[in-house]
Design a binder for this molecule. Structure first.
Ligand SMILES: Nc1ncnc2c1ncn2[C@@H]1O[C@H](COP(=O)(O)OP(=O)(O)OP(=O)(O)O)[C@@H](O)[C@H]1O
Ligand SMILES: [Mg+2]
Length: 511
């Protein structure tokens, strides 16, 4: 007899439906599994047989053939145990086939028949709902996460026995209910570090506000202990709150990596990823034989912080260039192509020279050649993608002692940022972009017309600073964000001038 159960697998960050078929026929006792399976899927055989037996069902000594289709899709992971077990029980006639109508099932089985949590529950249930499936059975611990998806009933069960009972008596069970919007707002209330912890550094704070408002990449340069890492760490507290769809995209990534805390259904705050400078290229972009998202995808919709930028291995920086433009990464493998979002804000920090104190001659004895060699480690094309560059000088004592009450809080800065973000959202509602930093040259023409005076100022700077075409466009984008923070409809001379100011260091040191 045959049994069919719908399940799924994850490719990239999306779930794909997989049909599990079990055929039970006369012949030598055997348990075969086919269908382009990774080795961990094949191991399901032993778990399923033992779990079914320990749940109290008798597996007749016959010939079992399990097929997972479509056959050209590589199946990975441990989530097929439960659907295989159910398909076998249907094939044996213990469960009627129509009990699993319109139902997607996945879960890992323990030998005792208990159901263990799996990675990727959110993308899988999302795919089920997208394919018109009306209910799904998930491991108990994945229930909250799966229930975020709308238009589908999620039943979170803990043993194989419970699943068979549910399939025979569905009216006894109620689906997991959650209010996704409420879950998100609960997550967002968590507070930790705050901008008001930072004293002085007004110029850097201003630049950071601009970076947050336009999702611009930013680089901090300064001596040790001036607060660069401190400032970067607080950027997520002033970035606009995640929307529900952004939170779901982010949660999918964390879910397939198994990084979603079990009691959390949604990642509600923007991520802050700070990979060490010894991080490999593969860990940065994601990859491996079976690809997994890397740091750039875990930083999606949030901050990727590269502290001590010149210490980074050149190859792990070069791989950032393409995702910085495309806001996603595509990994091609023999088994298929994997696409992961990588829409992050690049934040970097560095000392101006090896000893860290240039141009403070009382402490630094680096020659100009030493300084040039140190900063020369960072590739020009990467620097070209950084919109704002700001110096953070050593902080004065008068700024340190007891003035923190006067500092603006993250909440206050975020309010200004969100106002500017809403202006951008409205302006780009017919485009595929959200932020000024994403403007292409064509869109700059359309949305950032400059007056005569502004063109003159920019022209003078272009000549005097010997700017590249990219730098020219970047200045306009930053000026657009400054004008948005100002609530100004048109870019004015003062906006252009301020934007040019965030390029001076770049001109002096990297010319
Ligand atoms: N502007 C500031 N206001 C208050 N505290 C500060 C400030 N700058 C630095 N500090 C204090 O100094 C510590 C070190 O700062 P931080 O780690 O940010 O320095 P850094 O610029 O990253 O230095 P490095 O170049 O060595 O990495 C902070 O944890 C904080 O206690
Ligand atoms: Mg630091």
């Amino acid at each position: 007899m045959l049994g069919y159960v719908l399940s799924g697998t994850v490719a990239g960050i999306e779930g794909v439906p997989v049909m599990v078929e079990a055929d039970i026929s006369d012949g030598l006792p055997q348990f075969d599994m086919v269908g382009f399976l990774a080795s961990e899927v094949k191991e399901a055989r032993e778990r399923v047989r033992t779990a079914v037996k320990n749940t109290g069902f008798f597996l007749e000594p016959r010939r079992y053939t399990i097929n997972l289709s479509p056959a050209d899709l590589r199946k990975e992971g441990n989530l097929f145990d439960l659907p295989i077990a159910i398909a076998v029980l249907i094939g044996l006639g213990i469960l009627p086939q129509n009990t699993v109508d319109d139902c997607m099932i996945f879960g890992e089985l323990g030998l005792d028949g208990s159901i263990r949590p799996i990675n990727g529950a959110l993308p899988l249930v999302n795919a089920a709902a997208g394919n018109g499936i009306t209910r799904c059975i998930v491991p108990r611990d994945n229930g909250l996460e799966a229930s975020v998806v709308e238009d589908i009933d999620v039943f979170a069960l803990s043993t194989l026995a419970e699943v068979t009972d549910y399939l025979l008596n569905p009216e006894k069970y109620t689906p997991v209910m959650t209010d996704a919007a409420k879950l998100l707002s609960d997550q967002q209330e968590e507070v930790g570090e705050d901008f008001s912890d930072i004293n002085g550094q007004t110029a850097a704070k201003r630049a950071t506000t601009i970076a947050a408002a336009g999702f611009h990449n930013i680089l901090y340069i300064g001596p040790p202990g001036s607060g660069k890492s401190m400032m970067a760490r607080r950027i997520p507290t002033i970035l606009p709150q995640l929307t529900l769809s952004e939170a779901i995209e982010l949660t999918k990534i964390y879910s397939i990596c198994g990084l979603l805390p079990r009691q959390k259904a949604l990642i509600g705050t923007r991520p802050f990823r700070s990979p060490h400078h010894t991080t490999s290229m593969q860990a940065m972009t994601g990859g491996g034989r079976v690809p997994r998202p890397g740091e750039i995808s875990l930083a999606d919709r949030g901050v990727l912080f590269l502290d001590e930028l010149p210490e980074f291995n050149n190859s792990s920086l070069e791989v950032l260039r393409q995702p910085l433009e495309d806001r996603q990464i595509v990994l091609a493998r023999v088994h298929g192509t994997y696409r992961y979002p990588a829409d992050f804000q690049l934040v970097a920090a560095m000392n101006p020279c090896k000893c860290g104190y240039y141009p403070d001659r009382s402490k630094c004895s680096c020659t100009p050649a030493d300084v040039a060699r140190y900063v020369g480690r960072i590739s020009r094309p990467l620097l070209d993608r950084i919109d704002l560059c700001v110096e953070m000088p050593r902080i004065e004592y008068s700024d340190l002692a007891g003035v923190s009450e006067k500092n603006e809080t993250s909440a206050a800065i975020r309010q200004r940022v969100e106002r500017a973000v809403n202006i951008q959202k409205e302006r780009y509602k017919n485009e595929k972009i959200l932020f000024n930093s994403q403007l292409s040259a064509r869109l700059i023409e359309k949305y950032c017309p400059l007056g005569k005076a502004e063109r003159e100022v920019l022209g003078q700077a272009f000549e005097a600073m010997n700017l590249s075409a990219r730098a020219y466009h970047r200045i306009i984008k930053v000026a657009r964000t400054i004008a948005d923070l100002d609530g100004a409809e048109r870019i004015g001379v003062k906006h252009i001038t301020e934007a040019i100011g965030y390029r001076t260091y770049d001109r002096e040191v990297w010319k």
